[in-house]
Ligand binder design. Structure first.
Ligand SMILES: Nc1ncnc2c1ncn2[C@@H]1O[C@H](COP(=O)(O)OP(=O)(O)OP(=O)(O)O)[C@@H](O)[C@H]1O
Ligand SMILES: O=c1ccn([C@@H]2O[C@H](COP(=O)(O)O)[C@@H](O)[C@H]2O)c(=O)[nH]1
Ligand SMILES: [Mg+2]
Length: 239
């Protein structure tokens, strides 16, 4: 069942610790790193998990308006906006070992291995010192979702889903004109297929957990933002 728009304000003022159990995957039951942990990242993630930031995942198909609305949310509610796609595109223009692999995957509309994306998200979260994050365009698969929980040790408090008809998404992507290598009809078709088969199950997962806030992504940007504003509540409550 989709959840109707409701305010997140009570959540944002809460100091409750993360509900994700830390035992297993290199952690002992007290939340400390086990001596025999095979995960070097866990060490890195532990301080982040202890800070227990407010994480919102922002989901939706290609061109549904995630990035556009995230900018507005960040500005209005003081969230740090991290776009997984932008982090991957930055890797392509860096000298990273994975740059060519990432480029080929994005050009083909497929999904970059979870370990790569989660590592980039973790690094960006650690270096921002923020306590409120919008993670835009991630998780894109159930495997992404599980990897985030395992490596970072946190779950999102809320998930936004921008629901947009395919025809509108295709039109927006093809008109975007930002020089993205995946903004062409062939790649968009592939991305839509991946979205339906791999990403919608993630949306469904969060819907069943009662964390999903579905936004009608058709209309002008300000109209859509009014629905989003209702989810996050008044700015004075969230600050
Ligand atoms: N409500 C809207 N109506 C019309 N055009 C829009 C609307 N919202 C965003 N756009 C435009 O549609 C294009 C895609 O928007 P945006 O980049 O925010 O989508 P996205 O969900 O982040 O896509 P992607 O997953 O491909 O990164 C942009 O050119 C943007 O300016
Ligand atoms: O978690 C992610 C996010 C993105 N990708 C790849 O990047 C492109 C573009 O992403 P946008 O969010 O639309 O900017 C996407 O089609 C994937 O190929 C990814 O693999 N994993
Ligand atoms: Mg985007």
């Amino acid at each position: 069942m989709w959840r109707r728009v409701s305010s997140l304000s009570p959540f944002l003022s809460s100091s409750k610790s993360s509900s994700l159990a830390l035992a297993g995957n290199g952690w002992n039951a007290c939340g400390s790193l086990a001596m025999d942990s095979p995960f070097s990242q866990v060490d890195y993630a532990s301080s982040l998990a202890q800070k227990n930031p407010f994480i919102t995942f922002v989901l939706g198909g290609p061109g549904s308006g995630k990035g556009t609305q995230c900018e507005k949310i960040a500005e209005t509610f003081g969230f740090t906006h991290l776009s997984a796609g932008d982090l991957l595109r930055k890797e392509i223009i860096s000298n990273s070992e994975e740059q060519n692999t990432i480029l080929d995957i994005i050009k083909d509309g497929k999904i970059v291995p979870s370990e790569v994306t989660v590592k980039l998200i973790l690094k960006a979260m650690e270096s921002s010192h923020s306590d409120k994050f919008l993670i835009d365009g991630f998780p894109r698969t159930e495997e992404n979702r599980v990897a985030f929980e395992r490596i970072i040790g946190l779950e999102p408090k809320a998930v936004l889903f921008f629901d947009c008809p395919e025809k509108e998404m295709v039109q927006r992507v093809l008109n975007r004109n930002q020089g993205r290598l995946d903004d062409n009809i062939d790649t968009v078709k592939k991305r839509l297929k991946v979205f339906k088969t791999l990403s919608l199950p993630v949306v469904e997962y969060y819907s069943k957990k009662g964390k999903l806030h579905k936004i009608n992504a058709v209309g002008d940007e300000d109209e859509i933002f009014e629905q989003v504003r209702a989810v996050f509540g008044a700015p004075e409550v969230t600050n």
